[in-house]
Write a protein that binds this ligand. Structure first.
Ligand SMILES: CC(C)(COP(=O)(O)OP(=O)(O)OC[C@H]1O[C@@H](n2cnc3c(N)ncnc32)[C@H](O)[C@@H]1OP(=O)(O)O)[C@@H](O)C(=O)NCCC(=O)NCCS
Length: 202
């Protein structure tokens, strides 16, 4: 379990099986996972949620629930995911929101919290792979300080690679996931031993 991230309006936390109702509602809208052509049934949403939960248990990365603090409703997903790209192993920031919550800055707020987490872990840089005809997603990346760095084909479609340099020393490899974050190492030097949950995973 990774530590939850708190922002003024949101909580970004690991998914649980109890999120199925909210997740199924979000994914049922073909505008959200627009790249999936078949309807996102409740059963399919359940499989998707199971996979997200399993991924975190596996490589320590994966999207997380974006929860509206005011109502405790899951209104989307955002998170850091390891990807094997032409540039090597990179960490990707991804995000999506329930259609009713677009236009209020929630994706930017959740994305900023994820980037802060990446910074805390000492990651060198974060990328976002964005379909070339997805201006809303590009606008989020731009607001987060990312810049476009060329194009690539991803999932069979032309994407632009957006990236932000965070200045940390860690880039790629699961070793970076389960090793200690730089801050945690410094804490240990001072004699404070953080819990495993705050050290593991992105
Ligand atoms: C990508 C996606 C999450 C972007 O959602 P979004 O609502 O446009 O992005 P934000 O939540 O950051 O909101 C930004 C909008 O809120 C406004 N806003 C209001 N308050 C704001 C605040 N406090 N901070 C930032 N923006 C704010 C911005 O001006 C902007 O408005 P605009 O759309 O009129 O320009 C959404 O379109 C989506 O889920 N798409 C489908 C999934 C997808 O494509 N994901 C990306 C795959 S690469």
């Amino acid at each position: 379990m990774r530590p939850r991230l708190d922002t003024p309006r949101l909580i970004v936390r690991d998914y649980t099986a109890a999120d199925l109702d909210d997740v199924a509602e979000i994914l049922a809208d073909p505008e959200v996972f627009w790249w999936v052509k078949e309807p996102f049934t409740r059963e399919r949403a359940r499989l998707w949620l199971d996979e997200e939960i399993a991924q975190v248990a596996g490589d320590g990365s994966g999207r997380r629930a974006v929860v509206l603090r005011q109502s405790s409703k899951v209104i989307g997903g955002a998170g850091l995911v390891w990807r094997d790209l032409d540039t090597g192993r990179e960490i990707e920031l991804g995000y999506h929101l329930h259609r009713d919550y677009w236009g209020q800055g929630f994706a930017t707020e959740a994305g900023a919290a994820c980037l802060e987490r990446a910074r805390t872990l000492g990651l060198k840089r974060v990328v976002s792979l964005i379909y070339v005809h997805n201006p809303r997603s590009e606008a989020v990346a731009r607001r987060l300080g990312m810049t476009p760095q060329g194009e690539l084909v991803w999932a069979g479609l032309p994407h632009r690679r957006w990236a932000i340099e965070l200045g940390g020393g860690r880039r790629g490899g699961p070793a970076g996931l389960f090793g200690l974050a730089r801050g945690a190492v410094e804490s240990r030097v001072r004699g404070y031993r953080p819990t495993v949950s705050s050290e593991r995973g992105v």
